[in-house]
Design a protein around this ligand. Structure first.
Ligand SMILES: NC(=O)c1ccc[n+]([C@@H]2O[C@H](COP(=O)([O-])OP(=O)(O)OC[C@H]3O[C@@H](n4cnc5c(N)ncnc54)[C@H](O)[C@@H]3O)[C@@H](O)[C@H]2O)c1
Length: 268
């Protein structure tokens, strides 16, 4: 434990981690971030729509001696988001950090993808951020705070998957991040985005494996595509989130930070 986030309340949307058909040690970005925030002194409100995935996060934090309240909620439902934020404030008396981790890929271009899935991608990936901010910002304004939006390297680069709905909705997350960062810069709220590259999380087994034939082929291809020769882990993303949430990033606002082993700098 350290005190980098001591006395802060952090709400993490998409904090669960699925253990279904996933190799041991493979955890979601939101799980790793919630656990890391708690290990550094934050009181964590972990939010997820998957009860079992959420329970795993709660258990991991409490077993490590941290403070955690679990709230079952879906970020595509504004009333559930409002309840989650209310719960954070009523339980801990304040809100300081909002971490927007929920995201979903939708494979397929305009010809293959139904329009309703295009709309769903925007709802899950970017309107969710608008929604959490709608209810969280009034509380953050009380004493300042940090919002961290998990975007994707796919928002600025082609990374090998035909998922324009995902890429475009994550690009919107970047611009929403900049826009809010500037709107609230003089009122003590910092808003930054993280752009993970190829990360080893449950999502890739559940949403992308079919694209490669099987899970092992996917894993080998993603490792080989990474400049480091291996995918990043959720803990790499969590460490970036910890920095952006902490006072050490007090003068960092409106950035889109790749966490990708250098993949953004690679041509071809
Ligand atoms: N894994 C990667 O390589 C990678 C790369 C770039 C960006 N990202 C981004 O990182 C974030 C997390 O990805 P991950 O790989 O850890 O995903 P994941 O699927 O492993 O975990 C995401 C969590 O969010 C929850 N969730 C999904 N939809 C929800 C909803 N509507 N409401 C509430 N909770 C919901 C899931 O139950 C799950 O616990 C996403 O925004 C994703 O786009 C991941």
């Amino acid at each position: 434990m350290t005190n980098r986030l001591k006395a802060r309340t952090a709400i993490v949307f998409g904090a669960g981690t699925s253990a279904v058909q996933v190799p041991q040690g493979c955890v979601s970005n939101g799980f790793a971030t919630a656990v890391t925030f708690a290990a550094h002194g934050a009181r964590v409100v972990a939010v997820d729509r998957d009860e079992a995935a959420l329970a795993g996060t709660h258990q991991a934090i409490v077993e490590a001696g941290g403070e955690c309240t679990a709230v079952l909620a879906d970020v595509t439902d504004g009333s559930q988001v409002a309840v989650a934020i209310d719960r954070a404030v009523s339980t801990y008396g304040r809100l300081d950090i909002v971490h927007n981790n929920v995201g979903a890929t939708m494979l397929g271009g305009p010809v293959e993808l139904p329009t309703q899935d295009w709309n769903r991608a925007f709802d899950i990936n970017v309107t969710s951020v608008f929604r959490t901010c709608k209810y969280a910002i009034p509380h953050l304004l009380e004493r300042g705070g940090a919002i961290i939006n998990v975007s994707s390297l796919a928002s600025i680069r082609w990374i090998g998957y035909p998922y324009p709905a995902y890429a475009a909705s994550k690009a919107a997350v970047n611009q929403l991040t900049q826009s809010l960062a500037l709107q609230y810069a003089d009122r003590g709220i910092r808003v930054n985005a993280i752009l993970p590259g190829l990360i080893h999380t449950p999502l890739i087994y559940q949403q992308l494996a079919g694209q490669h034939g099987d899970a092992e082929a996917m894993r080998a291809e993603r490792d080989a595509s990474s400049p480091t020769g291996r995918m990043g882990s959720a803990w790499d993303v969590a460490n970036a989130a910890l920095f952006l949430a902490s006072d050490e990033a007090a003068y960092i606002n409106g950035v889109a930070l790749p966490v990708d082993g250098g993949l953004h700098a690679k041509a071809g």
